[in-house]
Design a protein around this ligand. Structure first.
Ligand code: ATP
Ligand code: MG
Length: 393
């Protein structure tokens, strides 16, 4: 197995000091699958103080759980002491953690068999729970009893569905059954963590695995109030670009804008994504007529990127013929037609200089002129618009 030079070096230094050390978890899983790991985690028998003494310059990223980070260039390598998680008290966090010198104990606390493998050049692959077999069979399976593992930490329920979407794996039946049983414990998981897992799921290669949420009965605990009409099914085109608001709107379009915004706010989504998703949910099933003035009017209500995503969303749903709209949109952009108040040839200041009093009426007049320009882009000259203003007085 190929591992980065820096990770190899960290392992070597720990070994030279008399400790065991392995790369572990997601990076082993991804490498075995031929995927590029996001980061490389290292697990070791050395206690945090010992790791710090060997490397000198370390960052205490999760010292209470035995994790310190070693920087190598721009990349950080998390080095965590083998540990056994103590009793879980709140359905999410262990009350305490205990360090151990036994690698297998450390692998045992991990969530899924495919995430519970370790590797070093010296010892080779350590796979005590059948992770390799499950990788081959494309199965998500808990280490140990699924019911117990989900009861300890309900976040694992969402991780199961998320990994299944990212990897295109099936959740094995006993694990799936336990998901349904323990789903109510999801109330112990913070909204933010739920949002992060759902976003990863929606941005994955198989966004419509979000169906599992309905099939396993976890949806009331993650997106309360969003119920599918019987017979309605979720289908999210996986060829849609992996853009957050685009993927979320492909999911939430089955509700209305108001509910979509409420769901996202409740999940502590960032405001930018909420606003973009809301706009996409508002427009996805409103037909765009093949008429330049109408198209300019719609374009004026969103950024060019959002408009492009709206077209992609509509194309993925397939309700409308959009070839002509796409062609006309291209012409509007090529011509540089004014579709924003910012690029209108007169400003509020111009109108004031031409004798208008500042105030609410100013906005009304600007909007009137802007509507004229959206209809007739050739009117977008200072001369014409000021004349129009004077005539209107
Ligand atoms: P990715 O980083 O691609 O999301 P990952 O498997 O690396 O996937 P991390 O959240 O980075 O996931 O966690 C690293 C490892 O820590 C996991 O592979 C798993 O072994 C363990 N782990 C993480 N979260 C949990 C959890 N809630 N319960 C049990 N083990 C966990
Ligand atoms: Mg990771």
């Amino acid at each position: 197995m190929q591992i980065p030079e820096a990770a190899e070096d960290i392992i070597r230094k720990l070994n030279q000091a008399g400790f065991e050390a392995f790369v572990v978890g997601g990076c082993v899983r991804d490498t075995l699958l031929g995927r590029q790991p996001e980061d490389w985690d290292i697990t070791t028998s050395a206690k945090p103080e010992q790791v710090k003494a060997i490397f000198g310059r370390t960052i205490d990223t999760g010292i209470q759980h035995g994790t310190v980070t070693i920087m190598r260039g721009k990349a950080g390598y998390e080095v965590t002491t083998y540990r056994i998680d103590g009793e879980y008290e709140d359905g999410r966090h262990p009350k305490s953690v205990e360090f151990t010198s036994n690698l297998i104990e450390d692998l045992k606390r991990r969530d899924f068999t495919i995430n519970a493998m370790a590797y070093s050049h010296e010892a080779g692959l350590v796979d005590a729970f059948g992770g390799m077999e499950d990788l081959k069979q494309k199965k998500i399976r808990c280490v140990g009893s699924p019911k117990e593992r989900f009861t300890e930490d309900a976040l694992r329920i969402l991780r199961a569905v998320r990994f299944s979407a990212q990897l295109g794996f099936e959740i094995e039946p006993e694990t799936k059954k336990a998901i349904t049983e323990i789903a109510p414990n999801l109330i112990h998981v913070s909204k933010e963590r739920i949002q992060v897992e759902l976003s990863k799921l929606l941005l994955s290669a198989n966004p419509d695995y979000i169906r599992e949420m309905y099939e396993t009965g976890i949806s009331p605990y993650v997106t309360p109030g969003f119920d599918l009409v019987p017979g309605e099914s979720i289908s999210i085109d996986s060829s849609l670009p992996a853009d957050k608001s685009l993927r979320w709107s492909a999911f939430l379009r089955l509700t209305d804008e108001k509910s979509a915004v409420r769901i996202l706010k409740d999940l502590k989504m960032d405001n930018d994504t909420i606003s973009k998703t809301g706009t996409l949910v508002r427009w996805w099933n409103r037909p765009i007529p093949a008429d330049k003035a109408e198209i300019r009017r719609i374009m004026s209500q969103m950024t060019p990127e959002l408009y492009d995503n709206l077209i992609l969303l509509k194309q993925s749903v397939g309700l409308e013929q959009l070839e002509e709209v796409v062609r006309l949109s291209g012409e509007i952009r090529m011509a540089g037609d004014c579709i924003s108040l910012k690029t209108m040839a007169v400003t509020g200041r111009d109108l004031i200089e031409a004798g208008m009093k500042p105030g609410r009426e100013l906005g009304v007049v600007l909007n009137h002129l802007f509507n004229q320009v959206l209809e007739h882009p050739e009117y977008n000259t200072k001369e014409y618009l000021l004349k129009e203003f004077v005539n209107r007085q």
